[in-house]
Ligand binder design. Structure first.
Ligand SMILES: Nc1ncnc2c1ncn2[C@@H]1O[C@H](COP(=O)(O)OP(=O)(O)O)[C@@H](O)[C@H]1O
Ligand SMILES: [Mg+2]
Length: 274
């Protein structure tokens, strides 16, 4: 039996940006160097690495928002050309339309795809309930807390039923308690309908608590994966309780061993203004 293709695969992807007043060669600034990684169907993979190493760049490449300078992206075995329509994307920054209610924000993707308002309304209400905002359909973003706005954004992504979820530090701006609640809710939604997830974070605890596999990137420039760890902790998980699991501490120590130097390198390069 042939193995099922990965939901998402990056093959030897490199990304060069035009130099922005940096110390670089004539060819520009190599941000991502020959990176290969894959996410199996239903798998939750996190990519961790120091700030500025190229995590968002990698995710933008996976989303088809940015073309790699070389290498390719494959979605269920098919070469990606243009925007990745099988993927939903959750950004770090707020991306709600402030002039639209929560309901309208969640309906927007369906309307954009040509659905009528009447047919988009029910599924949008359903997804608002799923993320715990059944009573806030008519509220505008400025009337909602940061955590609630993130929930709306989550519903906005999930209503389109993407096979692949691409998440770029989605909870990093939230306070710790809200963030842990959201992480647990994400795990619950994910376990109900296993999607392939590529989750970007600089937070190793978050990566271990959520994932099946954690990939560590080197400090930039020319970032690339330098370690990959299977997270064999039992599921279902509670992201708070799992931190007390002896397996968690062991994994954390093993991964931090290689991540620590990269964080220090990234920090000293930032101090040099490199
Ligand atoms: N469009 C761009 N043009 C030039 N440099 C960029 C561009 N986007 C990102 N960079 C640079 O590429 C590096 C990686 O950025 P990014 O992927 O955002 O890192 P991370 O998400 O890990 O913090 C940074 O040094 C950043 O300044
Ligand atoms: Mg980023």
């Amino acid at each position: 039996m042939a193995a099922a293709p990965a939901a998402l695969e990056l093959r030897a992807v490199s990304c060069v940006f035009a130099a922005r007043g940096r110390k670089v060669g004539a060819d520009g600034y190599l941000v991502v160097d020959q990176t290969s990684l894959s996410v199996a169907q239903g798998e939750f993979v996190s990519v961790v690495g120091p700030t500025g190493c190229g995590k968002s760049t990698l995710l933008n490449i996976a989303a088809g928002l940015l073309s790699p300078s070389s290498g390719g992206v494959y979605v269920y075995g098919q070469a990606l050309d243009g925007v990745n329509r099988q993927a939903g994307y959750l950004f770090q920054a707020e991306a709600l339309m402030p002039w639209c209610s929560a309901l309208e924000n969640v309906m927007a993707g369906l309307l954009f795809r040509g659905a009528t308002r009447a047919s988009a309304r029910e599924p949008a209400l359903h997804w608002l309930r799923r993320v715990g905002l059944g009573g806030f359909a008519g509220s505008y973003p400025h009337e909602l807390s940061g955590g609630m706005r993130k929930r709306v954004a989550l519903a906005q992504m999930l209503i389109l039923e993407p096979d692949i979820l691409l998440m770029d530090e989605p909870f990093s701006a939230l306070d710790v308690q809200t963030r842990q609640l959201m992480e647990n809710e994400l795990l619950e939604l994910w376990s109900a309908k296993k999607k392939a997830v590529l989750f970007i974070t600089h937070d190793l605890d978050e990566a271990i608590a959520l994932s099946d596999r954690v990939i560590v990137l080197s400090a930039g420039p020319a970032t690339r994966p330098i370690g990959e760890f299977a997270i064999d902790l039992a599921r279902p998980r509670d992201v708070i309780a799992i931190r007390d699991d002896p397996g968690f501490a062991q994994l954390h120590a093993r991964i931090w061993q290689i991540m620590k130097d990269e964080v220090l390198k990234a920090h000293s390069r930032q101090m040099e203004g490199a």
